[in-house]
Design a protein around this ligand. Structure first.
Ligand SMILES: [Zn+2]
Length: 252
């Protein structure tokens, strides 16, 4: 069996047989990778500690061609998720990023850009970044990398540059359109604030984003993802509940 080495982010893990974990990683060259970590549930430290959810690890593993499950040989921790553990909103946002990666990155397909996106989001959360900003940014970028989100700079029909300011979406064709190619029905307008956020997110790193995405951008992005993956994100619903609950609580 060939031995592979890769950096990976632990997206999730689950119990397998009596003493094993199945660890699900996102790797740059092989996308989603599922590895059995043997006898780690009964020991502390070492590999068991390295494969904590949301940590960045360097792994070596064996994989039989055609098999869905590889075997983890070694895991070395590169960035712990410990910094997220005491912060419920940051932890929930990291779960959103991981769930998006599970949806958008199938096994066996290179995912270099998606891996860098996940790593950037988790790093930002570990250093105190805002939870909702990260969740919205990740949702947007997974759609962009998947070729689902159109570019906002040119009309999707005539290729003429679009002016700054509000954007009009042809919802059926999933295109931004100029005033001439705006269909009579089936449009969504992104007001100036939402359009500015989208444009900035597509050319900036997270450090430059000052606020979460204004409405109706988050709902539109979630709709695009549901069209593509036919899935709701339970982690995102949970995060919105946490952030909403916090806002209510702190307003008293
Ligand atoms: Zn046009």
């Amino acid at each position: 069996m060939p031995l592979h080495q890769a950096d990976g982010v632990v997206l999730t893990r689950y119990a397998f047989q009596e003493r094993d974990w199945v660890v699900v990683l996102l790797t740059p060259s092989a996308g989603q990778v599922r590895l059995v970590a043997r006898r780690v549930r009964t020991v502390r430290g070492g590999v068991a500690q390295a494969v904590e959810p949301l940590s960045l690890v360097r792994v070596s593993y064996f994989e039989r061609p055609g098999s869905e499950l590889g075997t983890l040989r070694e895991a070395v921790l590169r960035r712990s998720s410990f910094a997220l553990a005491g912060r419920p909103q940051a932890w929930a946002a990291a779960q959103v990023v991981a769930e998006l990666a599970l949806l958008h990155c199938p096994p066996g397909q290179p995912a270099g850009e998606q891996f860098r996106l996940v790593d950037h989001c988790l790093e930002h959360l570990c250093t105190g970044g805002d939870a909702l900003i990260v969740a919205h940014y990740a949702e947007l970028w997974f759609l962009r990398l998947g070729g689902i989100l159109p570019g906002p700079d040119r009309c999707g029909r005539c290729e003429r540059p679009l002016a700054t300011g509000p954007l009009v979406v042809d919802t059926a064709e999933r295109l931004f359109v100029c005033s001439e190619h705006r269909p009579p029905t089936g449009t969504l307008e992104l007001p100036d604030a939402a359009a500015r956020w989208l444009r900035q997110a597509l050319r900036s790193r997270l450090e430059a984003m000052a606020s979460p995405a204004p409405p109706p951008l988050p709902a539109w992005l979630a709709g695009l993802r549901r069209q593509l993956t036919e899935r709701d994100l339970s982690s995102l619903t949970y995060l919105h509940g946490l952030v909403g609950g916090h806002a209510v609580g702190s307003g008293r």
